[in-house]
Ligand binder design. Structure first.
Ligand code: URA
Length: 197
């Protein structure tokens, strides 16, 4: 791959890899990888999760464990090839023991996500879980529309960006559905809205 978008993404990767302290040190101690994201730099839909889990940190690929399998099935269900979208997280390094990311970690990594969004300029951001929902809704000036994820999931919110109108579609986190079949059904239904985008 080459080109301007690729170079900008590579620059972001280099900066994340070079971070010192906190989760970046934990990454080095465990021979983990930073997980920047994967998919098309021209994607119309961008999926944003929370933070890498163990499988992701070991491979450097987002959503490649159990939650990733479910995400693959959900994409297949709406006929969208995984490599046509862009998949990433707010936090690019694995928090120990899969704990929730701290506000300070979100603050540290979010500017890298912001730059990735600027590069891709998606028509739709689908957030996976409440951390990315809250961050993205606030970032695009929709704090006043923020609802608990139990009400926001599967809805489409209109945002204005410097590259035009963009939809924000919050989804439950696929990891929450691994042991909860009814949430799988909800996710399948909620993913249908993405087909129209
Ligand atoms: N959960 C996430 O939020 N992101 C991943 O990449 C994997 C699991």
């Amino acid at each position: 791959m080459s080109g301007e978008k690729y170079e900008k993404m590579k620059q972001i990767r280099d900066e994340v890899v070079a971070l010192q302290g906190g989760l970046a040190d934990y990454r080095r101690e465990n021979n983990y990888h930073a997980v920047l994201g994967e998919g098309s730099h021209d994607a119309k839909i961008m999926f944003i999760g929370e933070a890498p889990g163990q499988n992701e940190a070991k491979t450097g690929r987002p959503f490649c464990g159990a939650a990733g399998k479910l995400l693959d099935q959900l994409l297949e269900g709406i006929g969208v090839p995984r490599d046509s979208v862009y998949i990433t997280n707010i936090v690019k390094d694995r928090p120990p023991g899969n704990r929730d990311p701290l506000p300070s970690e979100i603050e540290l990594y979010a500017p890298f996500l912001d730059r990735q969004i600027e590069i891709i300029q998606p028509k739709c951001i689908s957030t996976l879980g409440r951390f990315s929902m809250e961050y993205i809704m606030r970032k695009f000036g929709l704090s006043f529309e923020l609802e608990p994820i139990s009400r926001a999931h599967g809805k489409s919110y209109e945002a204005e960006t410097s590259w035009g109108p963009m939809k924000i579609v919050p989804q439950y986190h696929p990891a929450a559905a691994i042991y909860n079949q009814s949430l799988v059904e909800t996710l399948k239904k909620d993913f249908q809205i993405l087909k129209t985008i």
